[in-house]
Design a binder for this molecule. Structure first.
Ligand SMILES: Cc1cc2nc3c(=O)[nH]c(=O)nc-3n(C[C@H](O)[C@H](O)[C@H](O)COP(=O)(O)OP(=O)(O)OC[C@H]3O[C@@H](n4cnc5c(N)ncnc54)[C@H](O)[C@@H]3O)c2cc1C
Length: 384
């Protein structure tokens, strides 16, 4: 067992850190205030390979592993949670569905443009009445044998990146009588007739990320755009979410570490009672607790990434990492605001944004309650 990053991973981490400090940090506050993601930044994220880290060079990806992807997620999220989720939804949700279940032809047609930088992807599973119970989707995809097309009708909510993406991975029922076994996955193009994207949904945090409702009205999708077999949609979605949870755990670690770094700098400067507040033992102990929790969350995240990279089943490890890291991010960001007093509460300081951004890590890609269902299920707690 080796708890150290390899030389290659250290170099990658350094590279992602530089990108985050030079390109993400200067834009983060303004993007949060305006609630708009900077499209020039998105282009740079594609250009520097941040949108295709764990994908094969054969398709235009970086050819890195999931640990490398987790490092990128941490570094970018340290500066901005919205940048983190923009990378994550594209990489571990949209691209992975095509990578895992697409045919060679589909990979060339739909995966390659998403990782060579010409297109960006999103993932539409959640509906107004189907959140934690994703199997409750009501969007339908009726097959038209005459044209060899599916006709998609329905609506998705909270589709991250959908305000600007080209490629939509959409889950719809090809058989309404079969519940989750009747769900199929499709690659839909933004330009297809009948696709309508709403305005950005106003949110508490990750405000720069794009997050909209998407409606599909008689959208005709050629059958060759179906991923996997009919009825495989639920499996495709769950597999993508397993990987996605490692990214969200890394996002949570990044938000928390970023808040610690800000608080550390502040407590050394801020003087009260004639001394820097870093001289008070309560401050020192608080930071010691915060860093210990973040280190533990990072180790769980790296473990999950390594188990995935080893080709083993990693559902439980990914859920554990997300459950723990998201809780830690919320505790640590709250403590960072506390350490910085009234200034920490002001929008001028990034810890306020980190606290707002941290909350969502306990909700999306499966709530903390759903993570406990996955973990206890893997532990067979309820088995005879
Ligand atoms: C900012 C944002 C971005 C998102 N991005 C995407 C995206 O890109 N693509 C996508 O498809 N979805 C996305 N989502 C949807 C997200 O994954 C869901 O919001 C999440 O899965 C929870 O579903 P829900 O909001 O409907 O809550 P509900 O499922 O209604 O849950 C409400 C509460 O009930 C609890 N609960 C539900 N069932 C149980 C149970 N069996 N036992 C115990 N407690 C339970 C939940 O844990 C939660 O606390 C996003 C959401 C947000 C807010």
């Amino acid at each position: 067992m080796d708890f150290k990053l390899s030389k290659t991973h250290l170099l990658q981490q350094e590279m992602y850190r530089r990108f985050a400090v030079n390109e993400v940090k200067p834009l983060a506050e303004e993007m949060d205030e305006t609630e708009v993601f900077d499209m020039e930044l998105l282009k740079k994220m594609h250009k520097y390979g941040l949108m295709g880290i764990p994908y094969s060079k054969e398709y235009g990806g970086v050819g890195g592993d999931y640990l490398s992807y987790a490092l990128a997620m941490e570094e970018c999220s340290k500066m901005d949670g919205s940048t983190g989720i923009t990378i994550s939804v594209h990489t571990s949700l949209a691209c992975s569905c095509v990578d895992n279940f697409g045919t060679e032809e589909q990979k060339q047609k739909y995966l390659r443009p998403m990782i060579d930088g010409s297109k960006t992807g999103c993932f539409g599973l959640t509906e107004p009445n189907a959140g934690s119970d994703a199997a409750g989707c009501q969007t339908t995809a009726d097959y038209d044998a005459e044209t060899n097309e599916y006709i998609i009708n329905g609506g998705k909510i909270f589709t991250t990146n959908s305000g600007f993406t080209d490629t939509f991975i959409v889950f719809a029922l090809t058989d309404k009588t079969k519940g989750s076994k009747g769900l199929s996955a499709f690659v839909v193009d933004r330009e297809m007739e009948g696709v309508t994207v709403s305005e950005n949904i106003k949110r508490m945090g990750i405000r720069a990320a794009s997050n909209c409702e998407v409606s599909y009205e008689n959208v005709r999708v050629p059958a060759e755009r179906r991923l996997g077999k009919e009825g495989q949609g639920f499996k495709i979605a769950m597999k993508a979410l397993d990987g996605g949870r490692i990214g969200i755990a890394a996002q949570a670690v990044g938000l928390a570490q970023g808040a610690i770094d800000e608080a550390m700098a502040y407590v050394k400067e801020r003087k009260q009672f004639g001394r820097p507040i870093s001289a008070f033992q309560t401050t020192q102990f608080k930071l010691a607790d915060m860093q210990t929790k973040v280190d533990a969350a990072r180790l769980l995240t790296w473990r999950a990434a390594c188990v995935k990279d080893a080709g083993e089943n990693y559902s439980k490890e990914a859920a554990q990492a997300k459950l723990f890291a998201s809780d830690v991010a919320n505790q640590v960001c709250r403590e960072a605001v506390q350490l910085m007093g009234g200034y920490g509460y002001c929008r001028e300081y990034p810890v306020e944004r980190a606290l707002r951004d941290a909350k969502i890590t306990e909700i999306y890609e499966g709530t903390s309650e759903v993570m406990k269902m996955v973990i206890s299920g893997a532990m067979k707690v309820n088995a005879k």
